[in-house]
Design a protein around this ligand. Sequence first.
Ligand SMILES: NC(=O)c1ccc[n+]([C@@H]2O[C@H](COP(=O)([O-])OP(=O)(O)OC[C@H]3O[C@@H](n4cnc5c(N)ncnc54)[C@H](O)[C@@H]3O)[C@@H](O)[C@H]2O)c1
Length: 407
Amino acid sequence: MNYISIAPMIRGLCIDLAGKPQIAVCEPAKEGKAPARAMSVEIAGGDTEETIAGIIQKAYAAWKTAPLHAAPSAGGVLIPSCVSLTSDGKPEALYWIDDDLDSARKRLAERNDSPVTAPPAADGRLIDAAARASVVKNRVALVTGGAQGIGEEIVRNLAAAGALVLIADLNLEGARKLAEAVNAEEKRTAALALQVNVSDEDSVEAMCNAASESAGGLDLCVSNAGVLKAGSVLEQGLADFKFVTDINYTGFFIITKFAGRLLKAQSRTAPRWKTDIIQINSKSGLEGSNKNGAYAGGKFGGIGLVASFALELVEYNIKVNAVCPGNFLDGPLWSDPEKGLFVQYLKTGKVPGAKNTAEVRAFYESKVPMKRGCTGKDLVRAIYYLVEQEYETGQAIPVTGGQVMLH
Ligand SMILES: NC(=O)c1ccc[n+]([C@@H]2O[C@H](COP(=O)([O-])OP(=O)(O)OC[C@H]3O[C@@H](n4cnc5c(N)ncnc54)[C@H](O)[C@@H]3O)[C@@H](O)[C@H]2O)c1
């Protein structure tokens, strides 16, 4: 058991007591520096996640009922801004708690351990459609493949709605650039960049540890990274088939394995707090795709994984769902002027009679009953719905303008 594993338990406890998300930032212990502390937890003797969660809960209950920290009469909850974990009486690790990353970091720099007052827990009222984006305010979200395309749209929208977004991508440079742009736009630390290869277990585990260390855990994990290599079943090489499947299908298993462990640890001390894993699937996960079997097969399989993982993880209040977008025609996959599908389909004559890329695009738009491609806004509405909807799991939601309908 290391401290990165304990961070989500502390955050879990705080979000549960406060009824709203709290961010816990971990600082490794420094030799010879006894911290000022608002709450101290002696963890000697605890060696499993379960026993340590119990120790933290007990210490918190004792802290909360101490006269100095009794809940204020206005109905809010006083939570400590600083929790230190000790082993054998020696300071080992510190967690600074606040409802946004910048505030938590500021407290860390100032070593300010005065308690935070959190508002009373949400009263469960329905949120109207216009305010739906508020469901992600102050929440910690991670988006794989977030550096460009659909992932970038999700990152920008979540950040604008008030979330802290971890942009996890194979392309670290791209993720960094986007994080900088988003932070400048939002005038706060709204995004952080992480490198990950979703088809590699060690890499995904390191990514989840980084999420734990920098924010204390996650509320929402969007498994979006995906690739496409079309090809005839009669001709496609096994290496290409495996490349697509390793990222789109196996990658989702790996992401759910490690993000699920993190969310499960949070649920130990916040058993009522609901969290989400959302796979960005595709309309090709709902109907076959000609000469594109590796992609469609992996996406169909993704829906089977979503339904199965949902059954298992519901015990920890983790919802697992998929969103199935139609063609995102404005993203680089379609619109890149050199490698995009519009150019490729024009060159290979896939759209009979098309003389330029505008005509290729018009052909694909005409297939959609709503006559346009899918946008980032369309997609995040589905994500907000899934986060807001507490009574649904294991579902696949089409966002295709009517192009694909459920049977
Ligand atoms: N573009 C569409 O029309 C469309 C439609 C339906 C579904 N989707 C799905 O949406 C998701 C995003 O697609 P997109 O069009 O935005 O793709 P994109 O190619 O524009 O972006 C994909 C991102 O994933 C990253 N990535 C690739 N391999 C990775 C790996 N192994 N680990 C981590 N990151 C990796 C890339 O660096 C890139 O930033 C995919 O799952 C795709 O199947 C796309």
